[in-house]
Design a protein around this ligand. Structure first.
Ligand code: GDP
Ligand code: IMO
Ligand code: MG
Length: 433
């Protein structure tokens, strides 16, 4: 049976958590395959009494809120063990059963010195900073590639762990002290801290690639849930203003051990406008009242760091790029309700780069920095759409907007978000076969 990949189409925070939660009842496994606790996925669940419960998930896959799902942290993830247990304890206290969680033995661990390095590197970069979440993500992936990383399996072998921490710190302490003028990390304390998690971690650790292969052979549905998004991908994003992992569909395979031949569908989540957290180019960014309108109406404040998100109109050059890079079969458009009440709704359909029209993402970084949006204006709508559950119930202009976006991005729009709640969604086509 199939593996389904779910990715973000823009710069993150498109509503991946909500989409995963929506599919939760119909899938057996939800795998996080990249990133770590830089992610912030919000799920809003309406209780039987009509009360809304909000969950913010950082390191755990959003599927953990569905009792029938086995959540998996894949090998492509970087794990902050302190955060892992804090998040598990937080969910347990709210009555969520987290006992099925599996963690790949090959996932990398965010060592405390990498959290420090993330922060001091950003300070050192000054005006050229990336605006990272400060969680140690970049330095931990750098260690992985540099072959001096600490993996989950190392926590269970004190001798090996000690050797690896010593090897990593031989260079890092020089950098911390001599370049960044900060304190050296003490190997003993690092080893002690990491070992303190071993007993609690042990029962969760598995060969998750093997578990997933068996699940697929048994006809189970597996959802591979991305953190971050296409334009934050280390290869395909707006480098260097990206995260340090593979957030696109290709990363779902390397980050989980599921081969491409098992993936039957790629679902991309596209917000009806655009947001970005951190530094980097953003052609449709609005510094005016419209930007403020989107931020306020869409509650665009970071789930992880609380930073106000930069806001702008929808950019379908990016949407088309996401279709191409991820092989998108289905889009979920989220937050259509936020666009209610505008006279006209602009869509960026191409860029003007120094007088030349670009219909595709410019390949040169400087061109993208200079890109000026070329807009198509569509008529707006004023009706409250949060109660709509079928496409036909949407006002005519909202329908026309969705159909035009569908045409421009080149893949079908299978669902439309009309509010944050679990049921505030219009399903046009099933997301699972
Ligand atoms: P993720 O990182 O992609 O999971 O997205 P975030 O959770 O960081 O940000 C998306 C925000 O939009 C969350 O606060 C969601 O509750 C909210 N949201 C998701 N879908 C919709 C929608 O269709 N309408 C509205 N108004 N809010 C939504
Ligand atoms: P979700 O999964 C939005 C951004 C940071 C920064 C850059 C690098 O909720 O969509 P990092 O700490 O990863 O080294 O920071 O990437 N970033 C995100 N922006 N949503 C996210 O996750 C993000 N994860 C990282 O703001 O610009
Ligand atoms: Mg988020």
């Amino acid at each position: 049976m199939p593996a389904i990949v779910l990715v973000g189409a823009q710069w993150g925070d498109e509503g991946k958590g909500k989409a995963t939660d929506l599919m939760g009842e119909d899938v057996d496994y939800v795998v996080k395959f990249n990133g770590g606790n830089n992610a912030g996925h919000t799920v809003v669940i309406e209780g039987e009494d009509g009360q809304r419960e909000k969950y913010a998930l950082h390191l755990l896959p959003s599927g953990i809120l569905t009792p029938s799902v086995t959540p998996i942290i894949g090998n492509g993830v970087v794990v902050d063990l302190e955060v892992l247990f804090e998040e598990l304890d937080g969910l347990t206290a709210r009555g969520v059963d987290t006992s099925k969680l599996l963690v790949s033995a090959n996932a990398h661990v965010i060592a405390p010195y990498n959290r420090t390095l993330d922060k001091v590197t950003e300070r050192f970069l000054g005006a050229r900073k990336i605006g990272t979440t400060g969680r140690g993500i970049g330095p931990t992936y750098a260690d992985k590639m540099n072959r001096v990383g600490i993996r989950i399996q190392d926590i269970f072998d004190e001798g090996i762990l000690r050797q690896k921490v010593d090897a990593a710190l031989a260079l890092k302490n020089q950098v911390l002290v001599k370049i960044y003028n900060t304190r050296a990390a003490e190997a003993d304390r690092v080893v002690e801290e990491l070992l303190s998690y071993a007993d609690r971690l042990r029962p969760m650790v598995a060969d998750t690639a093997l578990v997933l292969e068996q699940a697929l052979n048994d006809g189970k549905n597996v959802l591979l849930e991305a953190g971050q998004a296409t334009l934050l991908d280390v290869d395909h994003g707006t480098y260097p203003f990206v995260t340090s992992s593979s957030a696109t569909a290709g990363g779902a395979c390397t980050g989980s051990g599921i081969p491409p031949t098992r993936v039957s569908r790629v679902i991309a989540i596209l917000k009806a406008y655009t947001t970005r957290v951190g530094e980097g180019p953003f052609p449709t960014e609005l510094d005016d009242d419209n930007g403020e309108f989107l931020r306020k109406t869409g509650a665009e404040y970071g789930t992880t760091t609380g930073r106000p998100r930069r806001c702008g109109w929808l950019d379908v050059v990016i949407g088309r790029y996401a279709t191409r890079i991820n092989g998108v079969t289905d889009f979920v458009i989220t937050k259509l309700d936020v666009l209610t009440g505008l006279d006209t709704v602009p869509i960026c359909v191409a860029y003007d780069v120094d007088g030349v029209r670009h219909d595709e993402m410019p390949v040169g970084q400087s061109d993208f920095h200079h890109a000026k949006p070329i807009y198509e204006e569509l008529p707006g709508w004023w009706e409250d759409i949060s109660g709509c559950r079928t496409f036909e119930e949407l006002p005519g202009n909202a329908q026309a907007y969705v159909l035009r976006v569908e045409e421009l991005i080149g893949a079908r729009v299978s669902a439309i978000g009309v509010g944050p709640g679990r049921h505030e969604i219009i399903e046009r086509h099933t997301l699972l076969d």
